[in-house]
Design a protein. Structure first.
Length: 293
């Protein structure tokens, strides 16, 4: 069905000086990378945005699994010690495949940390999840939340236009507000007070940059959670437990890869990462050669 990468050997997984691989369909996962760098600044990161095939969230589970495998295989060629799937869509449908295929390299998704954060944050047990169509369709978030909090009442809403707005770098203004109202009014404005969710999960790594617009619709009383900080905690624990954390004295670094559009990736990605990027900082790679699932 697929070929294992030749560099998929345990030697890489055990090397504390190796980089941490991080991928998403586009720039959204940079919101996660930002949290990883804040929590673990001494680590080296190689980030891959599969911009040529974005969005993942409207694709079939089969395609998403194939894309995720190919992205992870490319990162594995760099000899990574750990893989962070900074995409809820890929975490929802491909985490099992990736965990199995890339063992012994530890694979950390963003969905379980996001569900854990939501279960901790809610007081009423009413939790809303906004995500891509594919993440919503698979029901992975409700399942992960209910495993932790069986009494929870979880509602979901697919918000695919948020991905397009974020990739466009439109994070505020009347168009963003209108889309946010269209998606969220039904969950928050049109519901009776006692039925209203008290917690909203941003179940897509593109959504945190739209935080202020989303807050404008849901109001101050709702706790908005995303998985970036909890994923950073999960990564820290994994590295420590495996004895592969970089020494605190090490100098951290970031390498950026994309499958299309270096200039665009740098322009919009800088906003997500919180630092200015240059197109020359982004290496364009092709994932399809010799990497099939
Ligand atoms: N950022 C991704 C996620 O967290 C997917 C966006 C997309 O490609 O549709 O789900």
């Amino acid at each position: 069905m697929k070929q294992k990468s030749p560099s998929n050997d345990p030697g890489h997984a055990a090397d504390a000086s190796a980089a941490i691989g991080v991928f998403d369909s586009g720039v959204g996962g940079l919101t996660v990378l930002r949290a990883l760098i804040t929590a673990l600044p001494a680590e080296r990161y190689v980030y891959l945005g599969d911009t040529a095939r974005l969005p993942y969230g409207t694709k079939s589970a089969e395609s998403i699994r194939r894309y995720a495998y190919q992205a992870a295989a490319r990162l594995q060629q760099r000899g990574i010690k750990c893989l962070v799937v900074a995409c809820n869509t890929a975490s929802a449908v491909a985490i099992d495949v990736l965990t199995e295929e890339f063992a012994p390299v530890p694979v950390i998704g963003v969905l379980e940390p996001g569900a854990a954060a939501a279960a901790r944050a809610t007081r009423t047990g009413r939790i809303a999840v906004i995500a891509t169509e594919s993440t919503v369709r698979g029901g992975a978030y409700p399942a992960a939340i209910l495993r932790r909090l069986p009494s929870a009442i979880v509602t979901q809403r697919a918000c695919p236009l948020f991905v397009a707005l974020a990739e466009e770098g439109w994070t505020d203004g009347p168009v963003v507000d209108a889309v946010a109202h269209r998606y969220l009014d039904e969950l928050f404005v049109g519901t009776r007070e006692r039925e209203r969710p008290d917690t909203l999960v941003l179940g897509c790594t593109h959504f945190p940059v739209l935080g202020p617009a989303i807050r404008g619709v849901v109001g101050d009383g709702v706790v908005i959670v995303d998985s970036a900080a909890t994923t950073a905690q999960a990564l820290a624990a994994t590295l420590t437990n495996a004895g592969i954390a970089a020494p605190v004295s090490a100098t951290g670094a970031i390498e950026l890869l994309a499958t299309d559009g270096a200039e665009r990736f740098a322009r919009v990605g800088g906003m997500f990462l919180g630092r200015s990027l240059d197109a020359a900082d982004v290496e364009i790679v092709d994932l399809q050669i010799g990497a099939g699932l």
